[in-house]
Design a protein around this ligand. Structure first.
Ligand code: DP6
Length: 322
């Protein structure tokens, strides 16, 4: 049977991927680092069938059309090319996080599609090749193939740009609180945002600093120095948003509620309750803490104005068959 079912996790970037050296191949401007989440993710089933005349794409119980469908079909074409087979597929995909919450689903989605699609069509790629292929669907998806703490080695070609685990999921227990805020406006997609990163006068500055920050972060993880770790991830988040805010067109992804969460995290920290924030291309905030502070933080966060939900998660494995 030409069918496979896969779960792939959402990953959270601690050092961000923002801007590309090569748009078509999705080669990032800088190496970056993320953790795979344990619970949040996408479950995808792919079946190749002779009877199908066209690819069918169903995401969260709805048939997908337009740009989103094209992106999936393009990815299926890449898989068909590697396998040298020409069958159409039915793709059924479901995210286990709240819809319309603005949580990026392209990473887990394309990682799941890559593993399920290649397995269903009869390929047996190693993790490096799976990661390279997932990268072509969405850059950040290359970090949802391998387990735990994953570094995306920027490289400079299709061959040497991929995600690789540098610490296992159990190496250091960090908790992640996903703070879901009410969505009011449609945001600019990450893909469109990457394309204008180099119009910011601060983009060069970011690229001059980011490699040192990545190195320092790996050192902090090595030493399990949570304070150093947290400072560095907040720095990198704000460095990326400085680029976004000053691009043409400028990209303000934050809502007032986003800033409220960021400021609250900092003020609680000044009073001894330690946690750190990071934000991607949306209004939602990820707060990281040590296990002992999780309950108190989740409680405090859920009482803030505009917070719809606080999801608790940990560090998990990469994409796998289910
Ligand atoms: C801000 O991987 O979604 O989340 O390669 O164009 O699909 P494409 O972009 P995408 O960009 C993610 C940007 C980010 C930072 C990160 O995850 O590293």
């Amino acid at each position: 049977m030409m069918k496979a079912k896969v779960f792939a996790p959402v990953n959270l970037a601690l050092i961000k991927y923002w801007g590309k050296k090569n748009t078509e191949l999705r080669i990032p401007a800088n190496s970056n680092l993320s953790i795979c989440l344990n619970k949040l993710g996408t479950r995808t089933e792919v079946e190749f069938k002779k009877e199908l005349k066209n690819d069918e794409v169903i995401i969260d119980d709805k048939e997908v059309i337009g740009r989103d469908r094209d992106r999936v079909v393009n990815h299926l074409n890449k898989i068909r090319k590697v396998a040298n087979k020409n069958l159409k597929a039915r793709v059924v995909s479901k995210n286990n996080f709240p819809k319309k919450a603005g949580l990026s689903s392209s990473a887990s989605g394309f990682a799941a599609l890559t593993l399920a699609g290649t397995k269903a069509i009869g390929l047996n790629l190693n993790k490096k090749d799976l990661s390279r292929l997932a990268r072509m669907g969405s850059g950040s998806a290359c970090r949802s193939i391998d387990d735990g703490w994953v570094e995306w080695l920027a490289g400079d070609s299709d061959k040497n740009s991929y995600g690789k685990s540098i610490f296992s999921k159990d190496y250091w227990e960090i908790r992640i609180l996903v703070v879901v805020l009410s969505q009011k406006e449609k945001r600019v997609s990450s893909t469109d945002g990457h394309a204008v990163a180099n119009t910011s006068p601060f983009f060069k500055t970011r690229l001059n600093n980011v490699n040192k920050r990545l190195k320092d972060l790996k050192e902090a993880i090595n030493q399990k120095d949570f304070s150093k770790f947290g400072e560095l991830i907040e720095d990198d988040c704000l460095s990326m948003h400085s680029v976004m805010l000053t691009s043409k067109p400028n990209l303000v992804y934050w809502l007032p509620e986003t800033v409220r969460v960021m400021r609250s995290v900092q003020s609680w920290r000044e009073n001894g309750l330690e946690s750190y924030f990071t934000v991607n291309t949306g209004q939602n905030v990820f707060v990281v803490c040590k296990p002992g502070n999780e309950d108190e933080l989740a409680d405090k966060l859920s009482q803030l104005k505009g917070v719809i939900e606080v999801r608790r998660d940990g560090i998990g494995k990469g994409a796998r068959l289910v």
